[in-house]
Design a protein around this ligand. Sequence first.
Ligand code: BG6
Length: 511
Amino acid sequence: MEENNKKKKGTIENQILVIFGSNGDLAKRKLMPAIFQLYIDNLLPENFVVIGAGSQEKDELTNRKEVNVNMKEFAAEAVKQNPEMLKTFLNHIYYQKVHNQTEEDFGALKTYIDALSAKLNIPQNIIYYFSIPPFLYEVVAGHMIKFGLNNEENGWKRIIIEKPFGYSYDTAIDLDTKLRAGFNEDQIYRIDHYLGKETVQNIMVTRFSNGFFEPIWNRKYIDRVEITAAEKIGVGNRGGYYDTSGAMRDMIQNHLLQVLAVVAMEPPSIFDSESIRNESVKVLQSLRPIKPHEVAANVVRGQYIETYVDEVTEKGYRQEKDVKPNSKTETFVALKIFVDNWRWGDVPFYIRTGKHLPDRVTEVVIHLKPAPHLLFKQRCVAQSTNMIILRISPDAGVAVDFGMKIPGAGYKVQNVNMAFHYSDLAQNKISEAYERLLLDCMIGDSTLYARADAVKASWKFVDPILNAWENNPDIPLYFYECNTWGPKESNLLFGDKELKWRAPFKKFKTE
Ligand code: BG6
């Protein structure tokens, strides 16, 4: 099984994509538009079909009509530019009713796939996309195994699952064991759309393809690192999911620890999936555990409250649909983390994320230590340290911030910067993360997918914090107003009155 999967890596073969939950939001909004874009860009194999597998009973034609309508809404620009291609694309879409909890439906799916692959002469190289609620992952995997949908005798089989990969360390291990009953690790693609972001990948290129960043990328020159992922909107209609998750499980355990790993990892010996993931997992395994009694001082949690902003009253989190009225779920987290290894010993990494903050922005800021001898200290009119800013979104780019002499008499220094915007590139179309990730899975490249050991390592770090919150009512949940940068207590993490979270870099736009 393993051999078969490995053999086919690197080339795009004719194949089938089965989407469980094809009538759901993710499939409509993200997956189908991404597949259509790959089709427009001529990146799909010649013989390729998508089989929607949803719980609704409907025939193929009705399904195609629905996909047509959805595409006009969720891939509006692509459809406008390529109306003829949408028509031909629809011919590749098929449908089979599959109720995830009904075992026999998987037998019927197998029969359907056998017949379709024979009719269209497509080998049974199949990706199964689990676009379904996570509690169904093991149910669906179990049914698939029962009917041999994982059997690789007549073509490779891969599954893609979305986060959350478990709800805690133990449940993550349990899920993994159940999936591994029918699939090898290299058949399991755990999607983390942050790793699919062009600009997250560019962090590796910035670091490892330039001679001047890497020599200073260590504890000798770096004072601290800040990672911010801020969102302007609240939880909206996702209250049901979010209330069982919270910002720590929703953003930190996966996306932001992965970003940290890319910022902090050692250069891989070669640029392939295993080597890169070997290096990033080492970072996650080196995170200094935060003990229960250290949680209050190193992690700040917050929840947004009803606020009057710009003549509109924004709902508080507890008033959101499907949220418990006394919920203690955090919609904001800020934490201070150390990576205990030779490169990063004692350099703090500050990470924060939250809903209903003033801007939508994700960026990494590397703060360099001040020059060893501050000749111009008295004359400095701005902060004396240098920064490297890696803007992930929006208005992606890289900037460096440094001191310059203010023209005129004397030696007054001010901070200036040099900024590169992705939008200035001639070829500046940034692919959607799902396009890149789907294509990688089709080719068999798992570099940008989370490996089981990385998932486990990040749960191992996050679990004690979640447990402390649950078990110790003395750890405060701070309330913050919408359109603010979260609880002001988050600045206390710096342990220095002079320091606080940086506002997003102004030269790059926010949303
Ligand atoms: C998702 C989270 O994984 O990432 C959402 O579930 C969050 O709550 C989203 O809004 C943020 O992604 P992006 O790409 O908009 O930064």
